[in-house]
Design a protein around this ligand. Sequence first.
Ligand SMILES: NC(=O)c1ccc[n+]([C@@H]2O[C@H](COP(=O)([O-])OP(=O)(O)OC[C@H]3O[C@@H](n4cnc5c(N)ncnc54)[C@H](O)[C@@H]3O)[C@@H](O)[C@H]2O)c1
Ligand SMILES: [Zn+2]
Length: 1558
Amino acid sequence: MTLLEQPEPDVVKVSILNEESIILGFHLTKFMLRDVISNIPSSNYVIITDENLPPIYLSKIKENFNKIASEITSAKDKKTPEPRLITYAVPSIRRAKTRDTKADIEDFLLSKTCARDTCILAMGGGVIGDLAGFVAATFMRGIPYVQIPTTLIAMVDSSIGGKTAVDTPHGKNLIGSFWQPKRIYIDLVFLETIPEREFNNGMAEVIKSAIISSEPNFINLENGVSSIREAVFSNPKRDVPFQGAILATRTPSQSLLLSVIMEATKFKAGIVTDDERDSGIRSLLNFGHTIGHAVEAILFPELLHGECISIGMIKEAEIARHHGHLNQVSVSRLYKVLQDYGLPVSLDEKKVKDLVGKKFCSVDKLMEIMKVDKKNQGDQKRIVMLSSIGNTYEKKATIVSDSVIRKILSPSIKILPVTSSSNNSSIHVTMTTPGSKSISNRALVLAALGNGTCRLKGLLYSDDTQVMMVALQKLKGAKFEWKNDGETLVVTGGGGNLQIPDDELYLGNAGTASRFLTSVCTLISVETANQKNSTILTGNARMKQRPIGPLVMALQENGSQIRYVENEGSLPIEITPSQNKFKGGKINLSASISSQYVTSILLSAPYASEPVTLCLIGDKVVSQPYIDMTIAMMESFGIKVERLEGNVYRIPQGKYTNPSEYVIESDASSATYPLAVAAITGITCTLPNIGSTSLQGDAAFAVKVLEPMGCTVTQTETSTTVQGPPIGSLRPLPNIDMETMTDAFLTASVLAAVASNNEEECITRITGIANQRVKECNRISAMVHELNKFGVIASELPDGIQIHGSKIQSLKGPVGGVKCYDDHRIAMSFSTLGCVVPDGTIIREKKCVEKTWPGWWDNLESKLGINTVGIDSGSHHDSIIFIGMRGVGKTTLGREVAKALDREFLDLDHHFEATLSTPIPKFIEEHGWDAFRDKESEILRSLLNTHASDYIIACGGGIVEHPASRELLKQYSQNHGEVVHIVRDMNDVIRYLNKDTSRPMLSEDLFNVWNRRKTLYNECSNVDVNTINTIGGMTVENIVEIIRKTRRTFFISLTFPDITPALKIMPTITHGVDAIELRVDLLSENGDMPSVEYIHDQLASLRRSSSLPIIFTIRSQSQGGKYPDTQETEYFNLLEQAIKNGCEYIDVEIHKSPKLIDNLIKMKGNTKIIASWHDIPGTMKWDGEEVRRRVRTAHNIGDIIKIVGRAKCLSDNFKLREFVEWQQQHIKKPVIAINMEVEGQLSRLLNQTLTPVTHPLLPSKAAPGQLSVNEIHKGLHLIGQLPKKKFYIFGNPIAHSMSPTLHNTGFEVLGLPHHYDLFESEDIEAVKPIIEDIEFGGASVTIPHKISIIPFLDQISEHSKLIGAVNTIIVTESETGRKLIGENTDWLGIYSSIKPLIEINSETIGLVIGGGGTSRAGIYALHQLGVHTIYLYNRTQAKIEELKNQFPKYGIVGLSSLSDERIKQKPPRIIVSTIPATSNIEIPYELFASGKGGVIVEMAYKPRRTQLLEKGAENGWIGVEGVQVLIEQGLCQFEEWTGRRAPRNIIEGNVHRKYNNS
Ligand SMILES: NC(=O)c1ccc[n+]([C@@H]2O[C@H](COP(=O)([O-])OP(=O)(O)OC[C@H]3O[C@@H](n4cnc5c(N)ncnc54)[C@H](O)[C@@H]3O)[C@@H](O)[C@H]2O)c1
Ligand SMILES: [Zn+2]
């Protein structure tokens, strides 16, 4: 079918800005080309479109443009040259709405010599429309354009109104213009190829338009769900070419779709016409957007705009409901419509959670984002407030207070108690409670089948009623109209005249509706059959499993023609009308399963051809009260059922007569809550919609429970009034059987908890409620558990609960809040208790009340006068507070910890200044210190409310001076999170503070302040960084580690097909790296892809040859590797395997299936994920949108983010750095960002974390441009990022020292620019100028300076302090300046020499020979190794005593001789000798008498084999030579200085060579 055969379409035109320029229809291409060419004459027509769009659309246009153009131009005037058509498809990878993409289009236009006589055709979604529109607005100062929207969002929103824009890194749509298109062609055919989620996304805007402007349009959407979706998705057998183009071929569902979209465009066009520049009324379009945008700011791109708006609309509708502007029915209708169109309605939905992964919207964050909304008025937030379906409260957005928004958004709610002092007895509240579901459903059917009009009041809006209404309308059985803003449903009954509906009746999972309607459908008479001659009732998958067999069987036996379409006994069913419709007469029905079957037949029975006699058969009739309810209600509608005998009923023939008004009785269980609130708070409450004639069991609650407890109860037939006694004077009910009102036991239990009006034991025992163990949760045990949390004594009984009443004053709301077990009744009953509990009660998961009473919280507040506050607790972490002296580094540490724990950081001082908009010194100057401390305390209090989770809060040093603040901190540390006291050496603090003049000076001496505050800090904190080791579950050491590790890290990428032959060079190729990457995709097993076993073996070999962490990477082909993209399942299996094998890191490519990635995240345990993206085509720009999107996705997935681009020129590397630095201010996770190619090498130099490196010994580089560690260091030096440092050995004599060889070898191998020299001097003073030199990088310290050096240093490590000697100087540079730190690696050399050679247990004995400085290191090393008994031999006893005093707890046993008895009895297994080899001491053989062998560490290193080592060897002991210990301690030094692992094998080689030659 070629385009030219396209018929002249029937189009609809909508006018905007007083021109009919919006054209809607199906198959508009030809129409559009004609219109454009004739009416927007141009030399060039440029289609700007999107590579993603199915190519058929473009080819259709291209194919026919010339024909149409020549047709038109030749008809006009021979001289006019024919226009040309050019197309530009925005590459899908760069589809982003950015300035760059705009520039690309402009460059394209210029290159095609387009000038002013150019018309742009923007064909695509909103992205293309906004982008091309903006190009048109500025190209040659503005050229004409037309919009051809291809997504639903574009059709109803973005193409209309002339707003054009691009996004920038600072936000969306920030740069743009108003530029109206000449035409907007809305061709609904485009929707046929649109992904379902994109369609739903657009429906959010359609629903939004309807709900703010027109109830009829909204009803169309409510009723049209299946048709509208069919028109778009079912791809109907297009029997007719160009179906829908002309009216004659348009299906009803196509017409509906067209009208729905037309209405939405009309509405937007209308508003734009009134307010083109968005200054007033246009703000109405923002319904759902104030909150929706905030959600979007956090969850985009995982959630689409429309999905966020959908969630926003519900929340904003709830805000309107909270203010009393909107009723619950309207909120529910909105809820249902959104769900029906596949949109999310809550952030807690599983669907949403699956999409967004670990991202979440904390209320604080949402509030923060809303703060900068364009719509705000000053700092007040504005929200479009609905007043009913189709109307808004004001013709603009309405100001809403933060506390209300917070309340609605918060997952938890805090109930504040009423005060008993206020005169509650004078308060009288009247309120209606939600209607009974059973009565609502029955009333709807009765009124629909009846004659006349009936106003149903208080109908409960539910799935069942909604589905039933749609179905009854489709059966042409009745008309419905909501009145009084949804308070009343006006039903115009059809008197039982029904017709076969046009399509099947889809009932979702509405059980009651399906049962009731089955009988109703048998009432359709054969005459009404038109094209269709049967009715199909169907539902969702769950519905298709629910039973309906007994009912169908009874009807079939009675002559109705009902057929199961799929499974016997369940929907779908097909009902074909028979001659005399529902026959009637005697009907047998099994009633032991569901009373709904009975009700179904009863309700329809009067319309049967003969009077019905219904016999209920079976052992037992279930739920007789429900049958009685049906019969009673039928009577209200004029039909009196006669109960003959037992279970036989006679129903007369007739038609229902609709009463003019029917009030639906309240749900009796719901009614218990406000009545209980009256009982517990002492107010009076009247419910006008439930009274003494109620047939619901729970309706007896007032008389049977509240009255005996001391309330005054007054009932009429239809109303109930309860007045509570004064607060605290409810009486317990010793024993009460609640079998007839089991659902009300929870309400009774919370009242019993405070029923304690006298001194005796006040026990209430509730029984007969065993069934409550199998409700939403085990309610009995849940009640006991939660009551206990309040301090109430309660316990379970076999079929009930026993509660000891407590005095109200003694109750305490649980710190973590009441857990609701997703059970509405638990939430509502504990909120009742909360009305009196001192200090307030937090109810978690507040949304669980939605099941039966979504407006409960609003009612509790607005009707019952209980104050509530929104609380965002949920799954978040309590904030951590840092306290401590000024200058100890709370801010620095706080920021680092916040980063590490993924929290926000907040400085109380800053917050103070921001809140009061005044600097602290100024505040103090004006108001004095006392006022400052008061204010500070006040601000802390409010902060602990608003920022109670997910923050690290650093307080000012003096916060503990104020008693109220101390109390707050104490409370916080006891009940919530951690209050951490940060301690630092006061000398350091003073030195640091002296440099800082910006802070107010304290007049007192700082030491005095410290002495006074020390105890206060301790009193307020529960974590002390000096003593306890974890903050927020993270060890302090790790935190410090993170702070220190601003150094670079590298990993080597192994590119071997098989690593086993390469294992021997592993020590060399891993020089200087921090991890090893196994590129699994490059492995090859005999030329084939590696098997799982092969990979396993490779991993095992790697583990054996190196202790470095392993990064397990499978690089897919599309990401530049060798692994086939098609093998996704295998890909994930391998990664899972890697986790199981304990790989420290796995690389996960972010474009893989989100679901499988999610699984992986769940099981990853301690493995860290590197979430990677490689831009193989090289189209990603570091300043573009794509890279941001990739980072966002990677951020959700990984612990580390890895983004690899491709550099074309040097400046691409600068853009990369700029991007990374910008990102790192916002993202707390490390980012690996590099550019491939030689041009990208600079990015490899500059990358900080885990830069992939190569080594000359590898077969190939893993990626073009990869460098080695050596090259990177050299490069960094040359660009000034790694200055040369000078290192020394201080001591005398040192001429023969091995250390220069050791360190210089290391520097050279790693490409470090440093140099190590000897500095021989007897006088320690001589080192002063050296260590003060800015180039000084560190030093080894040896005899005789190991102790005398200490005064020259700023600080010495814990180890050195304990050993009392320093052998290494380390230089650190930080915010607080350059520091010289003394360390001791001697002990580490000894320690690491012994550790691998012997297993140590509590019996192991060590021996240290010698009493000098080195022996201290030996003793310390043995102690660190876990040796409990250390023999110490030295010639001078005084030395021994000195050391024993220095290490009193190390188990030192002094020996005066090596032949000591003790050695013979308990021989040592480790010997550390620290005396010179020349000191000829006698080595007795007893030393080796253990017979089990042992280890000797010889510290003397000339000669290589000392007498001790020789004798040991003869006795089978292992000897560690002095030179080896020297190397060990030197390697430790090297690593401390450079932050790099030393190239051990080469260093060892060189040192030994030098040693042998000397
Ligand atoms: N100017 C305005 O007043 C206004 C109003 C609302 C939204 N917007 C802007 O619109 C953009 C969102 O628009 P969108 O939702 O249309 O997104 P979009 O343009 O990104 O399109 C969504 C996806 O559907 C594909 N697609 C489009 N038409 C298709 C078709 N017929 N068949 C198959 N696939 C198709 C696209 O390639 C894309 O992948 C945002 O940039 C937003 O800021 C602007
Ligand atoms: Zn929108």
